[in-house]
Design a protein around this ligand. Structure first.
Ligand SMILES: [Zn+2]
Length: 269
């Protein structure tokens, strides 16, 4: 990977930012050379999420997509690497193990704390600076800012959760990251869709949702974790245009409900 910045950003004019922190596939050579074959297959990527959400630019949303793999740095973890889900197995800021519990680095090749700090300043900080700038500008211009953190995961990950994940996993950190009328409007659209749904279940929202969601200051954040079977062939990791189009219709309705309920709450400006 070149030294250029570690994300793609497409600005929009609506007070809505869609963040895609885990669909990046790039691994700098100096890191890749120390990784296992298992790691280089990138099994824990949020496959094709950026492609799935391409429609959001037509709604006026801004779109921020990480280029780096989550194995280089996980943008949805706190920079001090504190535990995200207390008492539950989770992967860290610079993970050394995959969701399958297999090593990502060859023996003795794991990053040390100074390398981790370097990755934070090179990749983590610019991504988060862009989110912060974008939300600040929205609040200034529109009086509020909406953040949608877009994710996906394999339908079955025995080390992380039991059984088969519902398709739509809405996370608002138990209601703390988003005002209730906004969460209810989004959940209502999801409820009427053909897809299974849970709100604030196993995936309540990671660092991005929790850190930026601050309803008292006009900032509302929702994480949507999708089960990958809803838009791709999980075994072959191939995008399925037909399934994806059906799911994207529901996602567009959820994003519109998020934006419209906020406009109603704040009065459009
Ligand atoms: Zn993710």
């Amino acid at each position: 990977m070149s030294e250029e910045r570690g994300f793609e950003f497409h600005p929009g004019d609506a007070p809505l930012l869609v963040s895609v922190p885990h669909d990046g596939r790039a691994i700098p050579e100096a890191i890749a050379g120390r990784m296992t074959e298992h790691a280089l297959e990138l099994p824990d990527t949020d496959w094709h999420v950026a492609r799935l959400y391409a429609f959001c630019r037509g709604l006026g949303a801004s779109l921020l997509v990480a280029r780096c793999s989550r194995y280089v740095i996980d943008l949805n973890r706190p920079p001090d690497d504190g535990a995200l889900y207390r008492g539950q197995m989770t992967t860290g800021l610079c993970p050394t193990m995959s969701f399958a519990g297999l090593a990502l680095y060859r023996d003795g090749e794991e990053p040390d704390s100074s390398e981790i700090r370097e990755r934070v300043s090179k990749y983590w900080e610019p991504y988060h600076a862009r989110i912060a700038d974008c939300l600040n500008a929205m609040v200034e211009q529109h009086g509020h800012a909406l953040l949608w953190d877009a994710h996906s995961i394999a339908s079955e990950v025995p080390l992380l959760f039991e059984g088969r994940l519902p398709v739509l996993n809405i996370g608002t950190n138990g209601g703390a990251s988003c005002a209730a009328p906004l969460r209810d409007a989004v959940s209502a659209v999801a409820n009427e869709s053909p897809f299974s749904l849970v709100t604030d279940g196993r995936f309540r929202g990671g660092y991005i949702t929790r850190h930026y969601g601050d309803p008292a200051r006009g900032r509302h954040a929702i994480q949507l974790e999708l089960a990958q079977r809803a838009y791709m062939d999980e075994r072959l990791r191939l995008y399925d245009e037909d399934r994806a189009a059906r799911l994207a219709g529901t996602l567009a309705g959820m994003l519109a409900a998020f934006a419209n309920s906020a406009a109603a709450l704040y009065g459009s400006r």
